[in-house]
Design a protein around this ligand. Structure first.
Ligand code: GLC
Length: 421
């Protein structure tokens, strides 16, 4: 953005030393989830020291949906105040035109990343973002409570609900009045699309829009999966779960008030933090399925770094993206924030495995995770997702049955699709 003469640059100019002649002031937008911003600031300080550039953070709300709306407005207006954007894995096809192609700049490192993640950020042969971390949710369970009641981590959703109910009732009778069986993300936003896709896919109900573009959502298995989840609300899950995003679920969990939680890996290191009531008392496994034999399903998430095409300091911005996605930075992110690396080598790293024992096991889980239909529905993805989460949220809150809402959704998606996605 703005250029500043630094001591180094002035010295370089005076003595003819080959140094970049000025340093840049740039900014990065990033979500405030968990301790994301604390670590980011630490890494930015290191980048500043190394390069002489200055970087400020534009703090964003946690919600992917809110970030997307804001970014879309800023980018449409050609905003020059943000140089680097932290972007959700699903946005690449929708925002591609507004970001620089990083292919040349990243050609020395691109082969170190998982090819599938690079592919998710490649649109019309342009690499529109470099992967910062990937995401595949975990089923968090309280080891201490399962042991106390002689239970195993549940394999099916019904087993989950039955165990949650039993432990909730018994613990409440013993004085744990605030204990709930299960917390998840039930708010009407992108997170609900992720949760509901898992309920449906793990029940054999497809993935909303299939990779061939067909709209599959209006089917009995999908409807049954959503009705099942409706049965949790107000029984094993607080009614307030209909307004929960990731951080609200984590709040209940981390104060020791839930037996089970669906959340992303970032909640693992926070749950084991010094200030956590569940430190050392929990473990993670894959999410349940509808019936033995069904495939466990996790929605593929993840965040990337993109450079705005309106940036006035694209070189410094690209350098920052490479710095933050480097092996050293990602290793620190994995150890401190339990974010899943996007570099293959870090899954064999001893320090990472020691700090986050679940992590090596998560490699096959994110590699088999189910993508949301963003590559298929391209620029219409946000509308597809918002119509989907609305249908699910309506059902969970008692406005129409799943069958009715999915029939309506199918009609809306068919109109939205038109001749093709
Ligand atoms: C996580 C995922 C992201 C997803 C979001 C939904 O941040 O990484 O891909 O869209 O959750 O809330």
């Amino acid at each position: 953005m703005k250029f500043r003469f630094t001591a180094v640059a002035v010295a370089a100019a005076l003595f003819g030393i080959a140094q970049p002649s000025f340093a840049a002031d740039i900014s990065i937008s990033a979500s405030s989830t968990g301790k994301n911003l604390d670590l980011l600031r630490k890494q930015l300080d290191a980048f500043e020291k190394e390069t002489g550039n200055k970087v400020s953070i534009v703090t964003m709300p946690s919600s992917s949906t809110e970030q997307f709306s804001q970014y879309r407005l800023w980018l449409a207006a050609g905003n020059q105040d943000v140089d680097v954007y932290q972007t959700d894995v699903i946005w690449a096809p929708q925002l591609a035109e507004q970001f620089l192609d990083l292919k040349d700049a990243a050609k020395d490192v691109v082969g170190d990343f998982f090819p599938s993640i690079i592919a998710s950020q490649t649109v019309n042969d342009r690499l529109v973002a470099l992967p910062l971390y990937t995401d595949a949710p975990a089923f968090f369970y309280r080891k201490d409570l399962l042991d106390k009641y002689g239970k195993q981590p549940p394999k099916t959703w019904d087993e989950m609900a039955a165990t949650a109910k039993e432990i909730q009732e018994k613990e409440r009778a013993a004085g744990q009045k605030d204990l709930w069986g299960y917390v998840f993300q039930g708010n009407a936003y992108e997170g609900l699309t992720c949760d509901a896709l898992e309920w449906i896919k793990s029940s054999g109900g497809g993935q909303i829009v299939e990779t061939d573009g067909s709209i599959s959502i209006n089917n009995e298995k999908a409807a049954a999966a959503i009705e099942r989840a409706k049965g949790w609300v107000g029984t094993i899950s607080p009614s307030g779960v209909l307004a929960y995003q990731e951080e609200e679920s984590r709040g209940v969990w981390q104060t020791g008030n839930a037996v089970f939680m669906r959340n992303w890996p970032y909640a693992y290191s926070l749950g084991n933090g010094a200030d956590s009531a569940v430190k050392g008392k929990f473990d993670v496994t894959t999410l349940p399925v509808a019936a033995e034999g069904d495939q466990p399903s996790s929605t593929l998430g993840g965040w990337n770094l993109a450079v705005s095409k309106y940036s006035k300091s694209p070189d410094a911005a690209v350098a920052l993206v490479k710095f933050l996605t480097s092996k050293e930075s990602q290793k620190q992110r994995a150890i401190e924030l339990s974010n899943l690396p996007t570099l293959q080598a870090l899954y064999d790293d001893k320090d990472v495995a020691a700090a986050q024992p679940f992590m090596p096991n998560w490699k096959p889980i994110f590699q088999n995770a189910v993508p949301r239909p963003s590559a298929t529905t391209k620029v219409k993805y946000n509308e597809v997702s918002s119509k989907f989460w609305t249908a699910v949220h309506n059902t969970l809150s008692g406005s129409g049955t799943a069958a009715e809402n999915l029939e309506l959704l199918e009609a809306e998606l068919t109109t939205l699709k038109g001749d093709s996605w």
